[in-house]
Design a protein around this ligand. Structure first.
Ligand code: SF4
Length: 257
């Protein structure tokens, strides 16, 4: 039997949208947070080394539950010999495995990369499609991987939610959500359009180097005065200045939790 609809005197029941809690941050506060990230890193770069859209896609697939630095060490010699799906496929499982066996879950990832190459050749003429649905149909490619590739290789304003972005969205109450998809949707609702292109990198780098999982370094944080996280330990923002580029070898990187 159908449940009766709740009645509210004189008007229809409020929609879930109307009853949603007020955002914790004002538009001005969100804009200021991203303005500061932009001052600190005007041209943020991803830390996964690649030479084209295909090698970026492979690097992202290999990076699940691994550090970017560890993936880079393995892919540097790999991409020197195989920078297209055809060349990667020609290596075969054993030789590809030799290149990537220092990376966690390498056996499965090797199979996925080869299946990915086959699908790219069969369905896309060996090219990486600039389309999320098409990317997500490829073996081993989920929404996060697709978003990273669309953002970095094709300049699309997507937001990939990894462990750092997920934590920041929830810890700060900026973009709360129970799943990466919810956090992605919440961030996309609040990030000003002009900051969307680089938001993914800023949030990852902020999470990786400052707002760390176990112990956030609030005294080094440029948004400490704006942050509304329960566990923040300082309300004094660190001086705002452009940062020097990170070491190319990823030696500052924290392991992915
Ligand atoms: S103040 Fe602390 S908790 Fe807030 S964003 Fe900065 S590092 Fe994270």
């Amino acid at each position: 039997m159908q449940k009766p609809k709740p009645k509210v005197a004189g008007r229809s029941a409020p929609s879930p949208r109307m009853s949603a809690p007020r955002p914790l941050y004002s538009e001005a506060e969100v804009r200021e947070i991203f303005r500061r990230f932009a001052v600190q890193r005007p041209e943020p770069k991803g830390e996964l080394e690649h030479v084209n859209a295909f090698t970026l896609l492979v690097a992202v697939v290999l990076s699940a539950q691994a550090t970017d630095a560890g993936v880079n060490r393995a892919t540097r010699p790999l991409f020197a010999v195989a920078d297209t799906p055809e060349k990667m496929l020609a290596l075969g499982e054993d030789r590809l495995g030799d290149y990537v066996k220092t990376i966690g879950l390498w056996r499965n990832k090797t199979k996925n990369v080869l299946a990915l190459c086959e699908a790219l050749i069969r369905n896309h003429g060996g090219k990486v499609p600039a389309d999320r649905d098409a990317l997500m149909k490829l073996p081993g490619v989920g929404r996060k991987t697709a978003n990273v590739v669309l953002n970095i290789a094709f300049g699309q304003p997507t937001l990939a939610v990894d462990t750092h972005v997920f934590r920041i969205g929830n810890r700060l109450g900026l973009a709360p959500g129970r799943t990466p998809d919810e956090v992605e949707a919440a961030f996309l609702r609040i990030i000003p359009a002009e900051y969307l292109r680089h938001a993914h990198h800023w949030l990852i780098l902020h999470g990786r180097y400052v707002c760390k999982a176990r112990k956030p370094e609030c005294t080094a944080c440029i948004i400490a005065d704006l942050c509304k996280a329960a566990e923040k330990t300082s309300a004094v923002p660190a001086p705002l200045a452009e940062l020097a580029p990170l070491p190319a070898d990823g030696t500052l990187e924290e392991p992915v939790s």
